[in-house]
Ligand binder design. Structure first.
Ligand code: PLP
Length: 361
């Protein structure tokens, strides 16, 4: 029977895309060779990358004053890239901290600057073991920041911020784990980035969507491959790009388009998440520690009331072909990552398993 992979990343990719990639692995585009083995400067490869950009622009309605970059270094690569590209010697930035990834972004930023350049605000309140995001009035902060950084979906904690931020500074968002999971207004952001290995494709690749005026900010001397200006000038090919990852991302974009685009994904994603959270809420056996308004649609974290059963739960789930449900080691418990490629049948199978496990234990 089918295996449903709930891994947070690298995550399950659409089966149709994987099957197509398999069928053309040794002979891509009639070239008699794999896409991995041809020059990134060949006309076939360039045509593929151009289509990828067109499709992504269409899927996310990206305005024309934004550049779309395909870069190396995953999500974390961008933690340093935003600092080096925008802060210069003097610039300051404000970071909102809502969980472990936004905290990691702060740690990386502090490593690269003087302490005084990076401000951070914890925006998660914990009451009776339930986490809730509370965003302060940013307009009351009278400081000159080059950007505000936040992470709208905390993959580890299962916390998502659905409200658009009201910010007096350009907003940079780490959308690694919720890009294209629902519709957003790109024009509200100065820069969006995402490591690819959840909703886009293989790990290592990252997508950067950056408003052109941001590139006028002073940058610091930095490695050329992470320089946004060079990436723009060279069509994301300053050096050899991660070609296979780019190709697979292009295939995922094409799949998203024929599947109804981001709006269709958003609808199914809400249905999938509701199915799981409603079941968790209806049961005394499982609990969610995230307030209803901040429950991630992509990463559903939950706990067994009797944590002594954790390893048995995971073992039996794996035996039922429901794999990678273990929560991140820093928070424990369970996590079901249900990205775009997870069909609703996978979530139904998980809920059935959870019901059954609760009854038997
Ligand atoms: N940001 C978020 C929200 C993530 O979930 C992840 C991880 O997987 C990262 C950043 C780091 O990505 P990478 O491992 O590609 O550097």
């Amino acid at each position: 029977s089918v295996t449903y992979n709930f891994c947070a990343g690298p995550a399950m990719l659409p089966r149709a895309v994987m099957q197509k990639a398999q069928s053309e692995l040794l002979d891509w585009n009639g070239l008699g060779t794999s896409v991995m083995e041809i020059s990134h400067r060949s006309k076939e490869f360039i045509a593929m990358t151009e289509q990828a950009e067109i499709d992504l622009r269409e899927l996310m309605s990206i305005p024309s004053n934004y550049h779309v970059l395909f870069m190396h270094g995953g999500g974390r690569g961008q933690f340093s890239a935003v600092v080096n590209n925008f802060l210069g010697q003097q610039g300051k930035a404000l970071y909102l901290v809502s969980g472990s990834w936004s905290q990691s972004a702060v740690d990386e930023a502090k490593k690269l600057t003087s302490e005084a350049q990076i401000g951070s605000i914890n925006i998660v309140e914990n009451t009776n073991d339930i986490s809730k995001v509370v965003i302060p009035n940013l307009n009351e902060i009278n400081k000159d920041y080059r950007y505000l950084h936040y992470c709208p979906n905390e993959t580890v904690d299962g916390i998502e911020i659905f409200d658009e931020l009201e910010s007096p500074w350009p907003i940079i968002a780490d959308m690694s784990s919720n890009i294209m999971s629902r519709e957003i207004d790109v024009s509200k952001y100065a820069l969006i980035y995402a490591g690819a290995q959840k909703n886009i494709g293989p790990s290592g690749l990252s997508i950067v969507i950056v408003r052109d005026d941001m590139l006028e900010l002073p940058s610091l001397p930095q490695s050329s491959i992470m320089d946004y200006r060079l990436a723009v000038q060279h069509g994301s090919m300053y050096n050899t790009p991660p070609t296979f990852a780019w190709y697979l991302a292009a295939e995922v974009f094409a799949w998203l388009k024929v599947s109804g685009g981001v709006a269709a994904m958003a609808k199914t994603n809400l249905d999938k998440a509701a199915l799981l959270y409603d079941f968790i809420d209806s049961s005394d056996f499982y609990t969610s520690k995230v307030s209803v308004k901040n429950r991630s649609v992509m990463n559903v974290t939950f706990y067994l009331a009797n944590e002594a059963l954790n390893s048995e739960f995971l073992k039996q789930a794996t035996d039922s072909n429901l794999v990678a449900l273990k929560g991140h080691r820093s928070v424990g418990g369970m996590r079901a990552s249900i990205y775009n490629a997870m069909p609703i049948e996978g979530v139904e199978a998980l809920v059935e398993f959870m019901k059954d496990f609760a009854v038997k234990n």
